[in-house]
Design a protein around this ligand. Structure first.
Ligand code: SF4
Ligand code: SF4
Length: 420
């Protein structure tokens, strides 16, 4: 194990901002209750502040007089291989990087990015869970964590176009918008491809898919590897440049949106003038501007519909109003909010790569019981969402707990309710 690499990474990442964040922590513990893993299990090690402990130890032992003294006197322990192995379970199997803890800290500490720094160090030490790393390696070599190679992608697109009788433009130079799906949509929810194509075609959008930039999900981002995060985003940006588009549309994938929209500009060159947008926001724009019209009340007779906020699209991405505006047209009487919701919503429990790790299943399911309670309280018969990773977690977990709730992608609902 490369323990020293992990410590070097902590030290390298500890600039003034990280130091100020760590110094500001009063150990009040208020972030614990914000974390769905702590809430669902009561395990004190799942408290966000404890997940940051290795970063704090590395910082204090290297940069503060008291930390150096505590280390010399044996009060504090140096970081060991065993620590890294243990924190790997906390960071990858009991944290979805949902960023809710950042919202409650009375000291204003932005815990989410610090947790990302801890994952980066664990990645350097090569203590990433094997299944997650296998998916990362597959994305490096095959272009997709779910094995969507060039030929699989070609076959899949041809099949979707035939099956749903929808036009899918591919590699069209001079299009305005590059649309990039996640392999979860391509392999598990292919109806999303036809749904989004129908919406774009109806709105008269000049859009295209790309063979070169065909995968939006970013397992390097889950891993915490800046190198691989950039590699996967570069493929999308290169495709956008080659096609000369003005906008990249991220479909129903939350982490991909976070990476491309917010992280990319901080770690790499984003092609000048290129805008990254999410389908949730785009649908809202189309509806507001009248570019698409929806059948009012189309879903008002199917029982209560609720909406699950995805951490990276709603809390972090800001697309909170648009899905609600759409649902208030589609189901003005049947749409009801779960509590808490919007910025304060509870994560589904499967994000951040957690759903890819078998050992995380017990806590992933424990967390989902919080969602079941929320859905039951509102009497939901359908739960809509804008992230296919959430949708995978919901689909798997309602089956696991035998809950009678229909799981729906918002794009699909919109496509099915388009006015002619
Ligand atoms: S809420 Fe903020 S100040 Fe309190 S323990 Fe958590 S990180 Fe530290
Ligand atoms: S980012 Fe989310 S899952 Fe991770 S520690 Fe914070 S609240 Fe918990």
């Amino acid at each position: 194990m490369k323990t020293q690499e992990a410590i070097n990474t902590f030290v390298k990442e500890t600039g003034g901002w990280v130091a100020a964040q760590l110094e500001a922590c009063t150990r009040c513990g208020m972030c614990a209750e914000a974390c769905h893993f702590y809430q669902a299990t009561g395990n004190p090690e799942y408290a966000p502040v404890w997940k940051l402990e290795l970063l704090r130890r590395a910082y204090e032992q290297r940069f503060t007089i008291s930390g150096k003294a505590r280390l010399a006197l044996g009060i504090d322990k140096p970081i060991t291989d065993a620590d890294l192995t243990h924190w790997s379970t906390l960071l990858y199997e009991a944290c979805t990087l949902c960023n809710k803890c950042s919202m409650v800290c009375p000291m204003g500490i932005d815990i989410g990015p610090l947790l990302h720094n801890v994952r980066s160090a664990l990645s350097e030490a090569e203590v990433v869970p094997l299944e997650l790393m296998a998916a990362v390696n597959k994305q490096v070599t095959e272009g997709s964590p779910l094995g969507v190679t060039d030929s699989v992608w070609d076959d899949r697109m041809e099949w979707v176009a035939d099956e749903w009788e929808v036009e899918l433009p591919i590699d069209v130079k001079g299009a305005d918008m590059l649309v990039v799906f996640s392999s979860i949509e391509i392999m598990k929810f292919p109806e999303n491809i036809s749904a989004i194509a129908k919406i774009l075609n109806k709105a008269g959008e000049k859009w295209t898919l790309s063979r070169q930039g065909r995968e939006v999900v970013n397992f390097g981002f889950y891993e915490g590897s800046e190198k691989r995060t950039k590699l996967f985003m570069q493929r999308v940006f290169d495709a956008a440049k080659a096609l000369g588009v003005k906008r990249v549309l991220v479909t129903e994938c939350g982490h991909a949106y976070d990476a491309l929209r917010w992280t990319a500009a901080n770690i790499m060159d984003v092609p000048a003038g290129l805008e990254v947008i999410h389908i949730a926001g785009l649908i809202g724009d189309y509806v507001r501007s009248g570019r698409i019209k929806l059948k009012p009340g189309a879903y008002d007779n199917d029982g209560t519909i609720t909406f699950h906020d995805a951490c990276k699209i709603q809390r972090r991405g800001g697309h909170i109003k648009e899905p609600r505006e759409v649902l208030n047209i589609l189901a003005p009487h049947a749409f009801k909010e779960m509590t808490p919701n919007k910025e304060e919503a509870i994560c589904c429990g499967g994000g951040g790569g957690v759903i890819a790790i078998k050992a995380a299943d017990p806590q992933r399911y424990a967390v989902f019981q919080l969602k079941i309670d929320q859905m039951k309280k509102v009497g939901a018969k359908t739960v809509a969402m804008t992230c296919s990773n959430c949708r995978l977690q919901f689909t798997d977990s309602v089956k696991h707990f035998n809950v009678d709730v229909k799981i729906a992608g918002l794009s699909q609902m919109v496509a099915d309710a388009l006015e002619d």
